[in-house]
Design a protein. Structure first.
Length: 71
């Protein structure tokens, strides 16, 4: 999970799978969140296996590149 270093808000989630990074953004933290249409459907993933969870994230999350700033 990626949190804002200033306020602690949850910004995004990130996974690394087979050497590639994937991320999903918490749109609720955006100033323009009210203009996003349509609202995403509610989902429950409580019954997923670890393998199914990773496969879903790799299929649906955005490929990402992580850079660590000095300091």
């Amino acid at each position: 999970m990626l949190l804002c270093a200033t306020c602690g808000v949850y910004v995004a989630a990130l996974i690394r799978h087979e050497g590639r990074d994937y991320a999903t953004l918490n749109a609720n933290m955006l100033d323009a969140r009210d203009s996003l249409v349509p609202a995403p459907p509610l989902s429950s993933y409580g019954g997923e296996t670890a393998e199914a969870r990773i496969a879903r994230r790799v299929a649906k999350w955005t490929p990402a590149r992580v850079e660590i700033a000095d300091g």
